[in-house]
Design a protein around this ligand. Structure first.
Ligand code: FMN
Length: 395
């Protein structure tokens, strides 16, 4: 693992970080966040605007939202996909735009599993209903490790056959090949939040008695098979991250101890960093309420996997300020910090953090059309004893 390098000169948050052949300019990561704004899996102008703003905002790595490797395996009608060649071109255009701002771009690849068949989050986040169908949405039919619905009132998933499982492994490889053609710098495989791969891990959703269920070894088989196929598909210089729900937070579910075992195996299989999330495997009291647990509620999970599995980690979850993010890195609890909603709230979070921490004192790393003006503006403010992020003296 990379040592915390010279912290006297620069906060760790703004020191570069290397993963295989890719160097991030800083350790700030835009967490993958679904916008539910694609059309038939293709990126739309909103997503271009959204992700370009994230790249302009100064983060070292932007992870594109959960993107599905099969059409049948998507969660909502608004999800982006990598199941068709026609989806490559818009992604390639977006990735090349992102590069202008010095951000590296990853894409989170996934299969929705038993969580398929949901409304777009901003249209209700419940099961697809009559109104959605009347508005032109398609009914989606979830499949999963077992016929165990997400929660009461949710569609019963079809238990996947051996052939369907093998098909999903191939679909991940095909999706990865399309992502490579689009020019992404790295991939993140989604093994969290109750989607297909995590639902195989968790005994809450996996009741199978064949080689894909039962023992911990059997439950880990599909995620590990996917990672092996991905690694065989990707160049060795390209990083592969995994997002994990380190715990289900539910009695009888997937545990932190299980994650330590899995993390060691993932490291051996060629995963470079684990992005440590949690929860999402059951509806009631999980997915959304988990997002409000409290400041830094998952940091200890990243810390534990980093120490016990000897693998680099990213911490995520209600990390709002650069000072807190820096403390996490300084304490060696994680290697990278993912910021989600705080960056939705302020896409320029990373530049503001650099300004606050005295790392940026001009606007040379901002988009060029802004820099010239902002420089003059900040000088005018300084002449008045003010700072762009400080209080206004008059008014
Ligand atoms: C609108 C929204 C969409 C999200 N979509 C995804 C997703 O596509 N993939 C994923 O792994 N996590 C997703 N998450 C979880 C975030 O990546 C992040 O882990 C979570 O919001 C906690 O971090 P935060 O407190 O900084 O927002 C989403 C969260 C939000 C708020």
């Amino acid at each position: 693992m990379q040592p915390a390098s010279d912290s006297r000169t620069l906060p760790l948050l703004f020191q570069p970080y290397r993963l295989r052949g890719v160097t991030l300019k800083n350790r700030i990561v835009v967490s993958p966040m679904g916008t539910y704004s694609s059309e038939d899996g293709r990126l739309t102008p909103f997503q271009f605007a959204h992700y370009q703003r994230m790249a302009m905002g100064g983060a070292g790595l932007v992870i594109l939202e959960q993107t599905f490797v099969t059409r049948a395996g998507r969660v909502s009608n608004g999800d982006p996909g990598l199941w068709a060649d026609s989806q490559i071109e818009p992604m390639a255009r977006l990735v090349s735009e992102m590069k202008r701002y010095g951000a590296k771009t990853a894409i989170q690849i996934s299969h929705g599993g038993r969580k398929g068949g949901q409304q777009r989050a901003h249209e209700g986040n419940g099961p697809i209903g009559e109104r959605d169908l009347a508005a032109g949405d398609e009914q989606l039919f979830p499949m999963g490790a077992s016929a165990v619905p997400l929660s009461e009132g949710w569609q019963m998933p079809v238990e996947m056959s051996e052939a369907q499982i093998e098909g999903v492994i191939e679909a991940f490889a095909a999706g990865a090949r399309r992502a490579l053609l689009a020019g992404f710098d790295m991939l993140e495989v989604h093994m969290a939040h109750g989607y297909l791969l995590q639902s195989f891990l968790s005994p809450l959703a996996n009741r199978r008695t064949d080689r894909w269920g039962g023992s911990l070894e059997n439950r880990m088989r599909l995620p590990l098979a996917v990672v092996a196929r991905l690694r065989a598909t990707m160049p060795s210089s390209m990083p592969l991250l995994a997002r994990l729900s380190v715990t289900d937070w539910i009695e009888g579910g997937w545990t932190e101890d299980d994650s330590v075992v899995l993390a060691r195996k993932l490291r051996e299989a060629g995963i470079d960093l684990i992005d440590c999330s949690s929860g999402g495997n059951m509806r009631a009291g999980a997915t959304n309420s988990n997002l409000a647990r409290g400041p830094g509620y998952q940091v200890e999970l990243a810390d534990r996997l980093r120490r016990e599995a000897g693998i680099p980690t990213a911490a995520v979850g209600m990390i709002r300020t650069p000072q807190y993010a820096e403390r996490i890195l300084q304490a060696g609890q994680a290697d990278l910090v993912c910021i989600g909603r705080q960056i939705l709230f302020n896409p320029f979070w990373a530049h503001h953090a650099a300004w606050q921490m005295g790392v940026e004192r001009d606007f040379s790393s901002w988009p060029e059309p802004y820099g010239w003006w902002l420089d003059k503006w900040a000088k005018a403010l300084a002449a008045n004893g003010e700072d762009p992020l400080g209080p206004e003296r008059r008014g």
